[in-house]
Design a protein around this ligand. Structure first.
Ligand code: ADP
Ligand code: MG
Length: 343
């Protein structure tokens, strides 16, 4: 296969406020604004940002659980918006989702075996024997004993329930799993076990993940590339290595500074995220981060900064740190020096 597995082009999602009839004229929640990225086979692409920045909406758009206001999602070059109902059914087979709260997303009346084989049974009837064999295989894949198949969700720990959620997602042999805050409800030690499980599954089965989290330390553990979102937009997209070594967007820098530092000898960056996230109903003009940004200049209030490619291949939307080429050469050089000279 040439080209990316998944290509997201200029996705926009505006939710109408106060019901469907006002759709055109009324105020809207600008949940996602012009989001583009690609996902390669076997890759883990992370989306990180504070609550309300549009991460789950991107997940829902990828799964086509909601229609985009604008933009496209292409799977191996095919626009999923053009799919007929039967094709969409087949597409859903290839893309599965794991949710934050395994408890509320698992049917409490079904046992573990029934829960994890249910997606397959939506496609084909299984005999009891076949179902139990499949359940045993899936449970083993996620590090659980086949004997667990008779347990109810209420009889399992949080970590075991999340393993069930993963087994269920694996049942259809997907090429992509979208994990939305999949470890956020778990204790840190259990989080690490689940992240390691996901990484092992990726290695064995070549699954690509879109991994969504508000927690940078989780992203640092599992991600290959990461997009940082702020109020519906990607403000920086980089390899995890580059991003954590040297954040460029002031928002990324502030997020990293606010995250728990695993290594206590590591020096914290100076900026912190001051103030509240503004409302996506009436976002600030220009760069939406400008009211909270320590580096903001006049221009940041006026123009939305475009994503500008940097020398190391990342893209950054910041007038100060990633000025566009038309900017006076001197200013661009000074801004770059500011970025590149950071210790
Ligand atoms: P995140 O997952 O990053 O916390 P969401 O994608 O859930 O963010 O939400 C982004 C914004 O869209 C938020 O302001 C949220 O309140 C709003 N939103 C999400 N879903 C809906 C909906 N169905 N109707 C109206 N607004 C919504
Ligand atoms: Mg969310």
């Amino acid at each position: 296969m040439s080209g990316p597995l998944l290509k997201v082009e200029n996705l926009v999602k505006h939710y109408p406020l106060g019901g469907g009839f006002l759709k055109k004229a009324g105020p809207v929640v600008r949940a996602v604004e012009d989001v583009s990225f690609t996902l390669d086979a076997g890759e883990t692409f992370c989306i990180v940002g504070e609550s309300g920045c549009g991460k789950s909406t991107v997940a829902r758009l990828l799964m086509r659980l909601t229609e985009p206001t604008d933009g496209r999602v292409l799977l191996e070059g095919t626009d999923i918006a053009g799919l007929r109902k039967d094709e969409l059914h087949e597409w859903r087979r290839r893309m599965q989702m794991v949710f934050q709260d395994p408890y509320s997303s698992l049917n409490p009346r079904l046992n573990a075996g029934q829960i994890i084989t249910e997606p397959v049974e939506n496609f084909e009837r299984l005999s009891r024997k076949m179902r139990e064999a499949l359940a045993a295989e899936l449970l083993q894949k996620v590090g659980m004993s086949p004997a667990m198949m008779h347990r109810l969700p209420s009889e399992l720990s949080g970590g075991q329930r999340q393993r069930l959620g993963i087994a269920r997602a694996l049942s259809l042999n997907p090429s992509i799993i979208i994990a939305d805050e999949a470890v956020s409800a778990l204790d840190v030690s259990v989080q690490a076990q689940i992240l390691n499980l996901l990484m092992n599954l990726q290695e064995q089965m070549g699954i690509a993940f879109v991994f969504i989290s508000h927690d940078l330390s989780v992203v640092a553990h599992i991600g290959h590339r990461v997009a940082v979102m702020y109020l519906g937009r990607i403000v920086e997209l980089a390899s995890c290595e580059a991003l954590f070594a040297k954040p460029i967007h002031p928002y990324t820098e502030a997020l990293i500074a606010a995250a728990p530092v695993p290594d206590p000898t590591q020096v914290r960056l100076e900026v912190s995220v001051k103030g509240e996230v503004p409302s996506p109903i009436n976002p600030p003009s220009g760069c939406a981060f400008h009211p909270r940004c320590p580096l903001a200049v006049e221009r940041c209030r006026i123009d939305v900064p475009p994503l500008v490619p940097m020398a190391d291949g990342r893209v950054v939307a910041c007038h100060v740190r990633a000025p566009i080429a038309e900017a006076p050469a001197q200013m661009a050089a000074e801004a770059r020096a500011l970025v590149l000279s950071r210790p």
